[in-house]
Ligand binder design. Structure first.
Ligand code: MN
Length: 129
């Protein structure tokens, strides 16, 4: 079995994700930092809904191949070691490619500005573009 940095966390809510996604809280908002850090594992083809972060977000890709898309732009391929800086309020989604699991660490700074604003699902048509 492949060695991973963290064990898989809890299954994410089907309300906000398509496919199977596991979220492990690495740094919780109850700690003394205004920041949440999650290790997120996406099954092949799994992805977030469209969403924004009031405090922005930093993704650090740690395993597999992923997708990232900002509204109005084309999908970007994410490789292990890639870092994505997402500005506050920018509509986007992220997830796995169809052929394998994808893992990233998600850093959500300035959480006191508010939690994630979840929007519509990423359709198969959008995902397959
Ligand atoms: Mn995000």
């Amino acid at each position: 079995m492949k060695e991973t940095l963290f064990t898989k966390g809890d299954k994410a809510s089907a309300e906000y994700f398509v496919g199977e996604v596991w979220i492990k809280v690495v740094v919780s908002p109850t700690d003394l930092f205004d920041c949440v850090v999650n290790d997120v594992v996406f099954a092949p083809g799994a992805r977030t809904n469209w969403h924004t972060h009031p405090g922005g977000q930093i993704l650090i890709c740690t395993d597999g191949l992923g997708y990232y898309q900002e509204k109005g732009k084309s999908i970007q391929l994410l490789n292990k070691g890639d870092v994505v800086k997402i500005l506050p309020g920018l509509e986007h989604w992220h997830g796995a490619t169809p052929n394998g699991e994808f893992t990233h660490i998600a850093i959500n700074p300035s959480t006191t500005k508010g939690g994630v604003n979840w929007m519509e699902k990423v359709t198969d048509e959008e995902y397959n573009k």
